[in-house]
Ligand binder design. Structure first.
Ligand SMILES: [Zn+2]
Length: 458
């Protein structure tokens, strides 16, 4: 597309120069490093780990205290087992120490400040430098291209609470650099989807971007309304909760594969599928990612583990051994694309999406929903909420096939799994609404588990 080419070759370098942005430089570097051998990337990553540890020890009193408490210094950390001696950083600790976590020489007034959505009930305040933000954007760009999108091409996003450009200047800049169209997940209706399709015809995005379930909802509307011209070249699903039957609907409606991506607001992009869809490549140029079993030791290839990330870029407010509260599965195999970035399997779910049986065993909410929806007819959507060990709320959106017989099947299925003493509260509701951050959650567990962290429910 000529317009995209002009945006890429002329407008972007102009604005980049004006803003003294380093995004382009980082992006080009990331395009190169992705094909380096894994050993070379890991070596570089380890050097960066050591750099951030030394920096944090010398310039950040919060981390200096943490080193001192366990009696080690950065130079003592020579292996990944040494690294493990540093304590894991929880959301609660961040919330209580936000200001103390700012490194010497940084002033919060000159940093970019943002608040996380708090979908697990804990909203965090974060600070990064503009440079760090640009590095994150550069990385997102590399991974957007893996889905088949090219720089300068318009993007269609389906998102909750979209941040739209406010003043005229930024509107103009957005238009020249990166045209976006939005469908707000908070207000999806026939009318909104028809309007979105109209915008799509005009703007012609090549990438559809959004939360997994939101893309599914859009696909359902497109099918119902018989809209034929929303045809992206790539689809990026940024949430881990893509149910298999939802993926099947999306891929059938759009005729292409979904590219899975995983990240969080605190450290940005963590892992992403490439064009081969053989697993998610971990963003090891920016992050050091660990997978821990419940006993605190490292998982082996193919085993589920809690995801712990260390941000190698953010010096203003370092994140060292941060527990994201998600569960993933690292794997040793290589992707056939030839990139040296290691792989993780799909993200199994959030820690808070696992339900807990009375014997302490954990059940992945996503599997439970998938089993129920495929086995019991008449349920359009379902959400499982567990606030107490002996009580589960089932929010369901029934359709006309939901008979009393199906209702008993549903109850029996849960009783068999969770024991006959479980109190089940079935609520029939017209729709399951997204959380305040625009994401949908299908299972929520508020019980204290996975160590000593209490996962709140909002
Ligand atoms: Zn690959």
């Amino acid at each position: 597309m000529i317009k995209s080419l002009v945006r890429r070759k002329i407008f972007e370098p102009f604005f980049v120069h004006k803003n003294r942005s380093i995004k382009l430089k980082y992006w080009r570097e990331l395009e190169r490093t992705q094909y380096l051998p894994e050993e070379v990337l890991m070596q570089k990553q380890w050097e960066r780990v050591n750099e951030i540890l030394r920096f944090a020890y010398n310039k950040n009193s919060f981390y200096k205290d943490r080193f001192d408490k366990v009696g080690i210094k950065p130079e003592d950390i020579k292996t990944k087992d040494d690294f493990m001696k540093l304590p894991v950083l929880t959301k609660e600790e961040i919330r209580q120490n936000t200001q103390a976590m700012i490194s010497k020489g940084f002033d919060t007034k000159s940093l970019l400040k943002f608040k996380t959505g708090g979908s697990t009930g804990k909203s965090l305040e974060l600070y990064i430098t503009e440079e760090c933000s640009e590095m994150r954007n550069a990385c997102a760009r590399r991974h957007d291209r893996w889905a088949g999108w090219e720089v300068g091409e318009p993007i269609g996003a389906i998102w909750g609470n979209p941040v739209l450009p406010k003043d005229l200047k930024s509107k103009l800049r957005d238009r020249l650099l990166q045209p976006f169209i939005f469908l707000d997940t908070m207000q999806v209706s026939d009318k909104a989807v028809i309007a979105f399709a109209k915008q799509w015809r005009k703007t012609k995005p090549t990438l559809l971007f959004g939360h997994a379930h939101s893309i599914f909802i859009l696909a359902e509307y497109i099918k119902k309304l018989d809209i034929s011209d929303i045809r992206p070249r790539g689809i990026i699903s940024s949430s881990m909760m893509l149910l298999p039957h939802e993926r099947a609907v999306i891929e059938a409606v759009f005729g292409i594969k979904v590219t899975d991506r995983y990240g969080c607001e605190e450290v940005s992009l963590i892992a992403s599928q490439c064009e081969m869809h053989e697993g998610m490549h971990i963003n090891i140029e920016h992050l050091y990612v660990e997978f821990l079993k419940e006993d605190g030791t490292y998982t082996k290839s193919g085993e589920q583990g809690k995801i712990i990330v260390t941000d190698l870029m953010n010096r203003a407010m370092p994140f060292i051994r941060y527990q994201v509260e998600d569960i993933g599965v690292p794997v040793n195999r290589k992707c056939s694309c030839g990139r040296g970035l290691p792989l993780t399997e799909k993200i199994v779910g959030r820690v808070a999406d696992f339900l807990i049986k009375s014997d302490g065993a954990k059940v992945a909410g996503i599997s439970l929903i998938e089993n129920t929806l495929t086995k019991i007819p008449g349920i359009k959507q379902m959400q499982i909420v567990q606030k107490e060990i002996d009580e589960i709320i089932l929010n369901i959106v029934p359709d006309s096939n939901f008979t009393t017989e199906n209702e008993s099947k549903l109850i029996n299925y849960f009783k068999e799994l969770f024991g006959s003493d479980i109190i089940l509260r079935l609520r029939k509701i017209p729709e399951i609404k997204p959380e305040t951050n625009g994401k949908y959650r299908f299972s929520k567990c508020g019980i204290n588990s996975f160590g000593n962290i209490n996962y709140g429910i909002n």
